[in-house]
Design a protein around this ligand. Structure first.
Ligand code: SAH
Length: 246
């Protein structure tokens, strides 16, 4: 059996009980090394064969899974956060189906949930927003034209933007047109990791603050009034706040 497991956002305790139990029992582990905290591999079975998928293509990953399956071994395929969000698991699941290899998906704590936790904010505050948009800016993977940021911004919903912090300047500018430039915005870098950073501001100044912190990857942009009225005050803690959290 192949188990796709959401390994959580970083903190090694943020894997589910089920995910951990399966990780402990699998003979082969394939983990997404660019984002999964390697410390979580300490939870793997002693002697398990461990592969970092960062340097593997789809074919190579499927090949490892197929060989393990043929040898009667179980595989833990560790994805960061929850595998259903930008996890590229669809192509792996389809390949396994084509080979008649059984698999299961174990959900995980996505980085958007971890980020709202460390910000101590509710994404759906009554009277502010009851809708959460999870999206990204276009990168190597295209985004359908109907889902462009300006169109999504019209709803003024809570918005969480993945994979895009390197484009914060352009994004904040586009969003300010619909949300208004005084709308609160936050960037959470490596939520729940030891080197987590939280940057708070508004759509007008968030880009400059993020640049100053040197953040250009592994971060989420969160935008919307859910960040709250006294938000600017509480965010004065900034980085100290994030360290205090742990
Ligand atoms: N499946 C993952 C997302 C994978 S896409 C999940 O559910 O979280 C990778 C992107 O997720 C990164 O570019 C970043 O935008 C975000 N991300 C992943 N882990 C993060 C973390 N600990 N803190 C902040 N953002 C994170």
């Amino acid at each position: 059996m192949i188990y796709f497991i959401g390994a959580g956002p970083g903190d090694v305790e943020l894997i589910t009980v089920k995910g951990q139990r399966l990780l402990k029992s699998c003979d082969v582990v394939v983990y997404a090394g660019s984002l999964v905290n390697p410390q979580i591999l300490k939870q793997a079975k002693h002697g398990a064969k461990i592969y970092n998928s960062a340097s593997m293509n789809l074919e190579e990953i499927i090949d490892v899974m197929k060989k393990a399956f043929e040898n009667g071994q179980d595989v833990a395929r560790l994805h960061t956060g929850d595998p259903s969000i930008y996890g590229a698991i669809r192509e792996q699941m389809e390949a396994l189906e084509g080979l008649n290899i059984p698999y299961e998906v174990i959900p995980g704590v996505s980085s958007f949930a971890a980020s709202s936790a460390v910000l101590k904010r509710e994404l759906t505050v009554p009277g502010k927003s009851q809708t959460v948009i999870l999206t990204r800016a276009e990168g190597r993977t295209p985004v359908p034209e109907e889902e462009n940021l300006k169109a999504l911004a019209q709803h003024k919903a809570t918005m969480v933007i993945f994979l895009s912090v390197d484009k914060i300047e352009k994004i904040a500018g586009q969003l300010a047109e619909a949300y208004g430039s005084h709308t609160p915005a936050a960037v959470v870098y490596k939520a729940t990791w030891d080197d987590q950073k939280i940057v708070c501001g508004t759509l007008a100044d968030i880009a400059a603050k993020v640049k100053k912190e040197g953040i250009n990857k592994t971060a989420l942009i969160l935008v919307g009034d859910f960040l709250g009225d006294e938000y600017e005050v509480s965010c004065l803690y900034d980085k100290h706040f994030s360290h205090g959290y742990r």
